[in-house]
Design a protein around this ligand. Structure first.
Ligand code: 9UX
Length: 72
């Protein structure tokens, strides 16, 4: 089944930042939804864990230039 990942995301300073994360992560195989809230500095991602991992999603965000921490 699908899983979700909620992150605190650091380094976003404008709406193009949040849009870029949504685009980059949203294009990944196995990611069904990517929603980033610039003001709250959070992101929610829905994915198929048989196709992509939490680590890979966070690595893609890091590759785009942003930090992330898993929300508890
Ligand atoms: Mo906006 Mo984000 O000018 O890297 S795109 S700050």
């Amino acid at each position: 089944g699908l899983a979700s990942l909620d992150l605190d995301i650091g380094g976003m300073h404008c709406a193009s930042c949040s849009s870029r994360i949504e685009r980059v992560v949203g294009r990944m195989d196995g990611v069904d939804a990517a929603s980033v809230n610039l003001a709250a500095e959070t992101g929610k991602f829905v994915f198929d864990p048989s196709l992509v991992s939490r680590r890979e999603i966070r690595e893609a965000i890091a590759g785009a230039g942003f930090t992330s921490e898993v929300r508890s």
